[in-house]
Ligand binder design. Structure first.
Ligand code: ADP
Ligand code: MG
Length: 355
């Protein structure tokens, strides 16, 4: 059934706007986004779709294909811990901007796993903002939509995320990587190769209480930047990074070393991707994993094993992707060998699911 038909079956009328937005996976550049650095995410083939119509009253009605409990909400309280907080927050932002003023009937469908670091939250919020603003105005560029979606998570949902997720899902299409300067939001789209694939696998480990650890890493990075006399770690020059980071106290030294080397690796990875130097790209992905494991300390032993195995079974490179402490890892595999590689991975780790 199409999303239009599902909507009509539930609400008994036609939607006025429909929008589909992909999820994303970060190929390289982890925890650089809130340090003013570069990231290189790509859109994936899984997405979130929304269908929206006007309600007869001032309430917001939300139904999702993946959550069993449809709800009626109002804007008096947004953060309740219910899944519908996210779409409600998007409407709260729209209303505050003088956009959509009435209640809404919303149907959400997706094949993008949620809570797995593939940015279902950003895809959902961007989908609602695009659907509504394309209908009612004001005209917004993809970058403006991404910034608004970040504010929805930061200010309305108190989720301290950077700008990468929203930019990736608002700008990139599957088959394209987005080289993004997270400070200026300048970006370049780079086509992905066909003979090689970036395969995303969920480790089977679900992140728990990771907001606390994410906030701690942010504080450690801020402390390192302050000790180095820069506003953000990626403002360092190559010379000052080399000279000053080794003099920091722990754990700031390790944290800053990860962020700085990761920022440099993204630049090298983008060059490798443009030049189709995939061995080099794979090598950089693996170095990135080691930096997350040893310096930023956001990996887990079981994910380290999966990443090592991935390479033993033929991947050119592999790394944890996303915030860390569980979630997904991404491997660069020759497309013709993906089936065989996946079977071997599943034999070694039955808990893996391929995205
Ligand atoms: P992710 O890593 O997928 O972005 P988050 O925890 O940031 O994980 O966001 C997940 C939240 O986004 C869900 O709890 C829910 O509120 C919302 N969400 C994502 N996908 C859907 C969906 N298909 N239907 C309804 N809500 C969704
Ligand atoms: Mg999210």
């Amino acid at each position: 059934m199409s999303i239009q038909e599902s909507y009509e079956r539930i609400y008994g009328a036609s939607p006025v706007a429909i929008q589909q937005v992909p999820g994303r996976v970060n190929l390289i550049g982890e925890h650089t986004d809130y340090n003013g650095g570069l990231v290189l995410p790509t859109a994936i083939n899984k997405s979130v779709s929304v269908a929206i119509g006007e309600a007869a009253d001032d309430y917001y009605y939300f139904t999702s294909a993946i959550f069993p409990d449809p709800v009626r909400r109002d804007l008096s309280k947004i953060r309740t811990g219910h899944w519908s907080d996210y779409p409600l927050a998007a409407f709260a932002w729209l209303k505050a901007q003088g956009g959509w003023q009435k209640g809404a009937e919303v149907y959400i469908d997706s094949d993008l796993p949620h809570g797995s670091g593939l940015s279902s939250s950003a895809a959902l919020i961007v989908a609602i903002l695009k659907a509504v603003t394309e209908l009612t105005g004001p005209y917004m560029t993809d970058t403006e939509v991404a910034k608004a979606a970040q504010r929805v998570e930061n200010e309305y949902l108190a989720v301290p995320c950077g700008i990468m997720d929203q930019m990736a899902v608002a700008v990139a299409r599957p088959g394209q990587a987005l080289l993004l300067n997270t400070e200026t939001l300048a970006f370049e789209l780079i086509e992905l190769p066909h003979a090689h694939s970036f395969v995303v696998a969920h480790s089977g480990v679900y992140r728990r209480l990771d907001e606390g650890r994410y906030a701690l890493r942010r504080r450690e990075c801020d402390a390192a930047a302050a000790a180095l006399g820069v506003k953000l770690l990626c403002h360092l020059t190559e010379e000052s990074a080399k000279g000053l980071i080794p003099k920091l106290e722990q754990p700031m030294r390790q944290r800053a070393r990860h962020v700085w080397t990761e920022h440099c690796r993204v630049q090298q990875a983008a060059s490798a991707l443009r030049a189709h130097e995939l061995e080099e790209l794979g090598q950089l992905m693996t170095e990135s994993h080691h930096s997350m494991r040893d310096d930023f300390e956001i990996s887990l032993p079981v994910i380290d094993e999966m990443v090592d195995c991935s390479r033993r079974f033929g991947a050119l490179g592999a790394r944890l992707t996303g915030g860390g402490f569980g979630g997904c890892f991404v491997s660069l595999v020759e497309t013709a060998k993906v089936d065989d590689w996946q079977q071997r991975m599943l034999q070694a780790f039955p808990e893996i699911t391929f995205v």
